[in-house]
Design a protein around this ligand. Structure first.
Ligand code: ZN
Length: 136
């Protein structure tokens, strides 16, 4: 698999605006984008930290994946996302290596990235995303 860097770390929060204020005030990061991803039932906010982003995730529906995550585990790190080249090939390769895939094929995530998730059952408990920016 050709991984170039950690694209982002996804953090589940109850109150997006409050969390944005924290990152802006304490670290001096600037939130450069807020985006709702309807199919994931989340509102996201992004900060650039070097080459890597922080992605804050606020649920728009208690029955959505982030709503359920917070209900079960509370706020905190939700997933880690690796930027890859050739996401279809990377998925295929991971499956061949015994990784249980949540997504057999990539779909569109925030920022227009193609994304897919590995099941935490087969990743030592870390919900793992791979993503590819096909604009480049
Ligand atoms: Zn993500």
């Amino acid at each position: 698999m050709n991984v170039t860097h950690i694209e982002h770390i996804g953090i589940a929060v109850k109150d997006l605006n409050e969390a944005i204020r924290y990152y802006e005030k304490v670290f001096g990061f600037k939130c450069y984008s807020i985006e709702e991803v309807k199919e994931q039932k989340v509102r996201t906010a992004f900060f650039m930290v070097g080459q890597t982003k922080i992605e804050l995730l606020e649920s728009t529906d208690p029955e959505g994946p982030i709503g359920k995550f917070i209900e079960k585990k509370g706020e905190g790190i939700h997933h880690v996302a690796f930027a890859v080249k050739n996401i279809e090939g990377a998925l295929h390769e991971a499956e061949g290596n015994g990784v249980e895939l949540i997504d057999k094929a990539p779909h569109k995530g925030a920022e227009g990235l193609d994304i897919a998730f590995f099941h935490p059952k087969s990743t030592f408990g870390v919900l793992t995303e791979i993503c590819e920016d096909k604009k480049y």
